[in-house]
Design a binder for this molecule. Structure first.
Ligand code: BTN
Length: 325
């Protein structure tokens, strides 16, 4: 909290020197506390210059997902009001689960610069080097457990909308939850519901390859993946993107809680890059091929098989056929 206060003052006068006494009075702290906080901020890679004559001035903010930067100017009501930040963690979903079990409120987020054991769907490992947005959100919706997968679709729509606004590229969704730019994956979503008899809580894990260097991915993943940095040929400020996402997500999640899931589903269908395509669904060593003709209200994919029969696909890995990268 004290970091937030001092940063507020430093940001308001970014580039200008502020005498220590003034910093202390405006941040409502003692001079001693201000000096301690400045030391901590420098450890977090803030560049703060000191002049014995004029005081302190903020020169540069690191392009990192630091909680006090995300919370400054955050326009949400409850998403991201509590942020747990790690430079490195095993998996933000695992940390979020523990926090949720200890009673962390809805909208709490866990965010990390890198993950050592990032989790993907279907038991896969999720490569999470620094430069990405690796984030989990704790949700406590009052819904029956079988409706929890709907939150994956809600999240997919929110991510796709945020990214479209950010980059104005061809952003879309591959069923069930991959966000693509063109034909390449830029974001994955892992929703985990914890239920007793009722739904206790849901963890929505979001992995966005923002400024990730794709060379750090294993060769077999490189071809089908991209990052925003690769697409736009510049570093993207992560804090702004996370703030925008949290706001988009909060709005959509409130709509979901208000019973407007059909409208969100309609949006998902518009963003879908899967519907209307020939797809292969891979599951437990089996492959099903057909044309994706739609998804139902629970997010189940409907395939039309070659013989004209329809088949419901609840889960599995979906590949778009005749895909050129
Ligand atoms: C997928 O397989 O497409 C889902 C990937 C989800 C990755 C994110 S990164 C943040 C959160 N923590 C994890 O361990 N996984 C999710």
């Amino acid at each position: 909290m004290s970091k937030n206060q001092i940063l507020k003052v430093l940001h308001e006068k970014k580039g200008e020197y502020i005498p220590l006494e003034k910093l202390a009075s405006e941040a409502e702290m003692s001079s001693e506390q201000v000096l301690d906080e400045i030391e901590w901020l420098r450890k977090d890679d803030y560049i703060i210059e000191h002049s014995s004559e004029h005081g302190y001035r903020l020169i540069k903010v690191p392009n990192r997902l630091l909680p006090y930067e995300i919370q400054r100017d955050l326009q949400t009501t409850y998403m991201g009001k509590e942020i747990h930040y790690y430079k490195e963690v095993d998996s933000t979903n695992e940390v979020a689960k523990k926090l949720a079990e200890e009673g962390a409120p809805e909208g709490t987020i866990v965010i990390a610069e890198s993950q050592s054991s990032g989790k993907g769907r279907l038991g896969k490992k999720w490569i999470s080097p620094s430069g990405g947005v690796w984030m989990s959100i704790i949700l406590r919706p009052d819904i029956p457990p079988h409706e929890a997968p709907r939150l994956t679709l809600v999240t997919g729509v929110a991510v796709a909308e945020t990214l479209s606004k950010e980059c104005r590229l061809d952003v879309g969704i591959k069923w069930p939850n991959d966000i693509l730019i063109g034909n390449k994956k830029v974001c994955g979503i892992l929703t985990e519901a914890v239920t007793d008899r009722n739904l206790d809580f849901v963890i929505v894990g979001i992995g966005i390859d923002l400024n990730v260097d794709l060379e750090s991915f294993p060769p077999e993943l490189r071809e089908g993946a991209t990052s925003l940095k690769r697409e736009l040929d510049r570093d993207i400020p992560g804090v702004k993107l996370v703030q925008n996402f949290l706001l988009d997500f909060e709005k959509l999640y409130n709509e979901f809680k208000a019973g407007n899931f059909p409208e969100i589903l309609a949006e998902w269908r518009k963003l879908s890059k899967t519907i209307g395509r020939q797809v292969e669904i891979h599951k437990r060593g089996r492959v099903v091929i057909g044309e994706a003709i739609g998804i139902n209200k629970d997010g189940i994919l409907i395939l039309e098989m070659e013989d004209g029969n329809l088949r419901k696909i609840m889960s599995g890995e979906c590949l778009h056929r005749n895909q050129e990268y």
